[in-house]
Design a protein around this ligand. Sequence first.
Ligand SMILES: Nc1ncnc2c1ncn2[C@@H]1O[C@H](COP(=O)(O)OP(=O)(O)OP(=O)(O)O)[C@@H](O)[C@H]1O
Ligand SMILES: [Mg+2]
Length: 465
Amino acid sequence: MDVQEVLKLADDIVFAKTGKHLNHLQEGILRGTWQRQKYPEIAKTCYRSEAHVKKVASKLWKLLSQTLGEDINQSNFRYTVERLQLSIVESNFGNYYAQIDNFSVCENNSHPSEIPNTEKPNQPIYNQTKPKERLDLSDAPEPNLFYNRTSELTTLENWILGRTRLITILGLSGIGKTALTLQLISQIQHEFDRIIWRSLRNSPPLASLQTDLIKFCRGDAPVPVPYPEERATTGALPLLEYLRSHRCLIILDDIQTIFSSGQLAGNYQPGYENYGAFFKQITESSHNSCLILLSWEKPREIAALEGENRPCKSLQLNGLGAEAQEIFREKGLAEPEKWSELIDLYRGNPLWLNIVATLIQDLFGGSVSEFLSYDTLFLGDLESLLHQHFDRLTASEQQAITWLANTPEPADISKIPENFQLSPPELLKVMQSLGRRSLVETVKQNGRSHFTIAPVIREYITNKK
Ligand SMILES: Nc1ncnc2c1ncn2[C@@H]1O[C@H](COP(=O)(O)OP(=O)(O)OP(=O)(O)O)[C@@H](O)[C@H]1O
Ligand SMILES: [Mg+2]
C-alpha cells in the first residue's frame, strides 16, 4: 500500500463520517506519519507550528478511532492501517462500502474540504462487516521505527515472488530479524490469502503448532476427514492440504528455542527432531505457500536444502550501515562525525546501538568522544544478551572462540597453535557451527579465508570470568 492509497482510504473514511474531505494539513499529518516522521518534522514540512499540528492531529486520530472502532494514534497509525487493509481494502473497498447502509463515498477528490457536514451513523466501520480472518499477527511485536534495509527487503520480496517455500532469516539477537519481517509483511501481504505469525519462545511441540496453524489456515473451509490433528502423529503433513488450497505465509519467530544448548548449531532438542522433517516437507512438497523462519542458528537441514535455484533460501542479516545514524539522531547524541566509528564497533546491530546510545546519554551527556576515549568497550546491558549466545556453545566452540578473541588479527585456521586441543577437522566443524550462529566473521587475506569476531564479542569473552 503506498501513501497515495493510504490518503485515499483515509479521505474516504473521513468523508463518509463527516461529509468533508481531508484538508491540506490533515493530509500532511497522515503522509508524514505514514513516512514515520515525528510532529516537529511534519510541522516543518507543512509550515505550521508544532502545537497546531498536534492539535489538528489529535482531532484526526479521534475521528479515525471512532470510525474504525480502534484506538488510533500517531505511533500505531501505519501498523493499524496495514493490519486492517487485508480485511477492508483488499476485499474491494467500493464493494465493501456498498454493503453498508447510509454509507456514502465521494468519487470526487477535488471537492473543497469545507463542504457541509452530513452526520453519519457513529458506528465503527471496521465492526460493520465480518471480514474474512486472514491476518494473525497477534504473536508479533508492534512495529517500531525502521530504517533502510532496502536491499534485504528487495531480496526477500524477489524470493517470495519467485515462489520460494522456505526462507530462513539468520542473525544475532537484536540485529533486526523481527523488525525486517514485519516490514516485509507490509510490502507483500497482498500476495497471500492468509498470514500468520507465531513465536516459538515457549517451544511448542510440532503437533500443537500444526493444529494452531491449521485452525487459522482452514478458516471457513470444511474439515478434511480424518481430522488433521489425528494425522499429525502419523508422519503425514496435514498442514500441506491448506498450504495448497490457499497461498499462506507462515512466520515462525525465535526458532532457536527448539535447538539444544551445548551442541553444535542447529541440533534439535530431544522431542523436537520432527521439526526438521517438517521444514524439509514444506520445502520439497508442491504448494504456493511460504514459511519464514527467524533464528539465531541455522537449522541443520537448511544447508542441504538451500540453493540458488531451489525453493529454500537463507538470508544472513548483517548490521545497519550509515542509516544507523538515525538511531543516534533520535537519541540526541552529539558529535555526528564520530557516529560511524561507533556503528562499526557495534557492527550496526540496532539493539546494541540503542543500548550504547542510551548509555552514552546517561553517563556522558551524549558525548561520543568521551565514551570512545576509554580503552575498553563498555558493554553494560549487552553483557546479559551476549551471555545468552555464549551459554549455548559447546566446550569446543568456547575454546575456538576464546582463541579468536585472544588473536588480535583475523586468524588463519590452518595455523592453529600447538597447544590447541582440537584437531584440524574438529576445528573446521566448530568454525562452521560458530558461523551458523553468526558469531564469527570471515575476511579474505591474500586469497585465504581468515576468521575473526566482532569487537563487542571479543570484549565480552576477554572480560569473562
Ligand atoms: N532497520 C531498523 N531500523 C531501526 N530500528 C531497528 C531496525 N531493525 C531493528 N531495529 C530495532 O532494534 C531492536 C531489535 O530488533 P529485532 O527485535 O527485530 O531484533 P531480532 O533480530 O528479532 O532479535 P531477537 O533474535 O532477539 O528476537 C528493536 O528495538 C527494533 O525496533
Ligand atoms: Mg526477534
